[in-house]
Design a protein around this ligand. Structure first.
Ligand code: FMN
Length: 172
């Protein structure tokens, strides 16, 4: 089993958390990404927009909606130089507008995914994986997309057992 890469986007700041607003010091998806890194010994790579999304929830929703509606591929701070060394890539993101945040499309469309295995994980407030798995298939031709993991964002820190079970299945 080759080394795994864990690519994720996650946003700190104000967010809905079990129905009320909370200021998150660490994003929900990042919590899960770190668990996967620990369980697999894989390497983490965080996708960051060139300018951060607004920390204020409502402003961020506006930004996200506009990006989603225009289908833009927002500029990101850095790309990973190469993904050649990894045969398995875990791709993590919050569900935004029913799919991945547009920065994930920017990242994914940069690489040749032939022969790679992708396992998506998504934190959300109820929409599950949404359309993300279909969108991943389109953005990463040639990859095999494995069963995704949906985690309720507010329960990210308590989801270790669920994450561990899922990771075990991806390593077979
Ligand atoms: C801009 C924006 C759009 C969102 N859209 C959805 C959505 O369509 N469905 C859903 O279940 N949750 C939605 N959420 C909630 C997030 O998916 C959820 O809070 C997630 O755990 C945040 O992960 P993060 O802390 O890693 O960024 C949205 C949150 C934001 C900020």
């Amino acid at each position: 089993m080759g080394k795994a890469l864990i690519v994720y986007f996650s946003r700190k700041g104000e967010n809905y958390w079990n129905g009320s607003m909370k200021n998150l010091e660490k994003g929900n998806t990042e919590i899960v990404a770190e668990m996967i890194a620990e369980l697999t010994g894989g390497e983490l790579f965080e996708v960051k927009r060139i300018t951060d999304y607004a920390a204020e929830y409502r402003k961020c929703v506006e930004e996200a909606k506009e990006e989603f509606q225009t289908g833009v591929r927002p500029e990101i701070k850095t790309f990973k130089e190469s993904i050649d060394d990894y045969d398995t890539v875990f791709v993590g993101f919050p569900n935004w507008c029913g799919t991945m945040p547009m920065v994930m499309f920017t990242f994914l469309e940069h690489y040749d995914w032939s022969g790679k295995r992708i396992f998506p994980f998504c934190t959300n407030e109820g929409s599950g994986m949404g359309r993300s798995e279909d969108d991943l298939k389109k953005s990463c031709p040639g990859a095999t997309i494995g069963k995704g993991l949906s985690i309720h964002g507010a329960e990210a820190a308590q989801s270790r057992d669920k994450v561990e079970d899922w990771v075990k299945n991806t390593r077979q």
